[in-house]
Write a protein that binds this ligand. Structure first.
Ligand code: G6P
Length: 615
């Protein structure tokens, strides 16, 4: 979703803001803009399209001088993506300028009031309403920008992360947040503002993350003054030392972030169980679980809430928890759960899964579950994110920054964390024998090297991609633990190649999708040796007799499927419960190569956002 960058200090703001916007491209956007204070006036340039388009246009249109500025990448909510609707937005007087991530839900009624007062609006955005509301407060009450922002925000319903400045007070930027992330980088006599820390990590490792309902007045050469928007009380800022480094957010020689992240999975999974999986002692150590063991042991059921790929990881976890720890599990789309008046009891444990830790629906589902007395445990990747802070306890995935919009390493590391939790609980509950438990630990430890091996199929998967890249539909089938992998494989293809794909439980195929099968339909079937192998082989026979093109994902050394399938991609053998960590690899690679061959924008697919901070 929208990305925000700002700078106030002693350097030229433009190069910092421009590079920052490029770093935030991964969030998904359709237009971009920058406003700079040149010592005299605010100069603004914005355009529909990419940051590179903005760069070309801006450098022809305005001077790039100035040590105060704000920049924005917009993911359209109110108003189509075009130049006028792009941010930043001026107030009517031209004195104030704003960037905004989020939605002002009551913008219509506020706009009507402002229209009555003679304000005019150039764009269809809710943001232009907000900046004029701030101006109106300033005019009517003769108060300064910081106070005016506070008064205006107290009239607003919705979500926002904003940055505003006034050309008559070019020594300060005012920022505020409710529901959308906002980080302030603290340098030496200079400050950076961004939706996440990636735009400023080469300048400072110190950051303050604003909490919901907080605002900050950032003064050049001075300190950051943080207040509660509601009651104006002062907040003592908590400065965090950033753990990420530049290397982690660069492509490192790969053509795309997605490919880099696919190939990072052996390392990412290792990082996920580092210090947690103690194989010598045959124990799993996770503070968030140990500290709350009673809650988990008394749980009548576990409810998993998540969106997108994280929801698929939740589905895999349903199999693992029920199978190993014998706890009933329900997996819910957060967006449905939050509006369903769900029955939640005190002995329910809710697990919220989110890569970004910022997904608005997941956050709302957590708040609902907490309000009904449930204990909520978070599985997040981004350290210090809203979901990580909102949950009662949690475990980070430690996958490192995921930049490609199509989630890959986040998925496998989420499954790894959830597997560790399930095994720990199974041991504590006595639902797993000690030999089975040890076997699981040993196999889990081998997963990184087996993922490494699965990645060796890359060149072969590319040849398959070349054969099927022009088809209009794909079907993905799997059973048991690999049914969610089929869903995830189909999602990956849809997201980045825009080919229609459907994931289905293999046996359910007979109740609908089989009607679609003809000689033009490629069907990816996950048919690993463990699990329901024979049943899946029968499903493959059914496809074969209808002339479908079969791409089998099989266990190394499998011959039965090879005889039936048009192509087979091998993955190493492992336990059934761990097989999703391997079978998902060729599906990620298949979608990647197809998208590249179709010349799609792999890392920033159209209409999608990495972090969905609006509902
Ligand atoms: C967006 C992303 C997906 C992601 C989903 C949930 O749709 O494009 O890749 O799976 O949000 O995001 P989360 O950060 O909560 O895992």
């Amino acid at each position: 979703m929208c990305g925000i960058v700002g700078y106030i200090g002693h350097r030229e703001a433009y190069p910092i803001i421009l590079k920052g916007l490029k770093r935030l491209e991964y969030r998904g956007y359709d237009s971009a803009g920058i406003a700079l204070y040149d010592g005299n006036d605010i100069k603004l340039s914005k355009t529909k399209g990419k940051v590179a388009d903005l760069e070309e246009r801006l450098e022809k249109e305005i001077s790039t001088k100035g040590s105060l500025g704000i920049g924005h990448t917009r993911w359209a909510t109110h108003g189509v993506p075009n130049d006028v609707n792009s941010h930043p937005h001026f107030s009517n007087s031209g004195n104030l300028v704003i960037i905004h991530n989020g939605i002002i839900e009551n913008y219509d009624s506020l706009k009507k009031e402002l229209l009555k007062r003679g304000y005019i609006f150039n764009s269809d955005t809710d943001t232009e309403v907000l900046i004029n509301l701030i101006e109106d407060v300033m005019k009517q009450d003769g108060i300064k920008l910081g106070k005016a922002v506070q008064v205006a925000l107290n009239q607003v319903v919705g979500a926002y992360a904003i940055a505003v400045f006034d050309k008559n007070k070019p020594n300060e930027i005012v920022v505020a947040r409710l529901g959308s992330p906002l980080a302030i980088g603290i340098g030496d006599d200079e400050f950076f503002i961004a939706s996440d820390a990636s735009p400023f990590i080469e300048y400072t490792k110190n950051a303050i993350y604003l909490e919901d309902e907080e605002m900050a007045i950032i003064r050049r050469d001075k300190e950051v003054n943080i207040r509660k928007i509601k009651d104006d009380s002062l907040v003592d800022p908590y400065m965090q030392e950033l753990q990420i480094n530049l290397e982690q957010i660069e492509k490192g020689g790969y053509d795309h972030f997605m490919l880099k992240e696919i190939f990072e999975q052996p390392r990412a999974i290792l990082d996920t169980f580092r210090g947690r999986l103690l194989i010598d002692k045959a124990i799993i150590k996770m503070a968030g679980i140990e500290d709350n063991m009673k809650k988990f042991l008394n749980a009548d059921r576990i409810i998993i809430v998540a969106c997108g790929t994280s929801w698929h990881a939740g589905l895999v976890a349903e199999y693992i928890f029920e199978d190993l720890a014998r706890i009933p599990v329900e997996v819910e789309y957060a967006s449905e759960f939050r509006y369903r008046n769900p029955v939640i009891k005190e002995n329910d444990v809710v697990i919220a899964i989110s890569q970004s830790g910022e997904t608005a629906d997941t956050l709302a589902a957590i708040k609902l579950a907490k309000s009904k007395g449930a204990f909520v445990f978070g599985v997040c990747n981004v350290v210090g994110s809203s979901i990580a802070r909102e949950t009662d306890a949690g475990a980070y995935t430690h996958a490192g920054p995921e930049i490609g919009v199509a989630s890959t390493k986040a998925f496998t590391t989420q499954i790894t964390v959830l597997t560790l939790i399930a095994l720990r609980l199974a041991r504590a509950k006595g639902t797993i024998s000690s030999s089975d438990y040890r076997h699981h630990l040993i196999e889990l430890e081998l997963i990184p090297e087996k993922v490494e091996k699965a990645l060796k199929s890359d060149a072969y998967v590319k040849t398959i991609a070349a054969i099927y890249k022009d088809v209009k539909n794909f079907l993905y089938l799997g059973r048991g633990y690999n049914f969610p992998v089929a869903l995830e494989g189909a999602l990956k293809l849809k997201e980045i190649s825009y080919i229609h794909a459907e994931g289905y439980p293999a046996a359910e195929m007979k109740h609908g999708p089989i009607a679609l099968i003809d000689e033009n339909m490629p069907i990816v079937v996950i048919a690993t040796k463990k699990g329901h192998y024979e049943k899946v082989v029968s499903n493959i026979q059914e496809i074969k007799s209808r002339k479908g093109k079969i791409i089998g994902i099989v266990t190394e050394g499998d011959y039965s499927v090879r005889e039936l399938a048009d192509h087979v991609i091998e993955v190493p053998d492992t336990l059934e419960s761990l097989s999703p960590l391997l079978t998902t690899i060729p599906l990620q690679l298949l979608s990647y190569h197809i998208a590249v061959m179709l010349e799609k924008n792999v890392d920033q697919p159209r209409n999608l956002a990495k972090s969905v901070t609006v509902e």
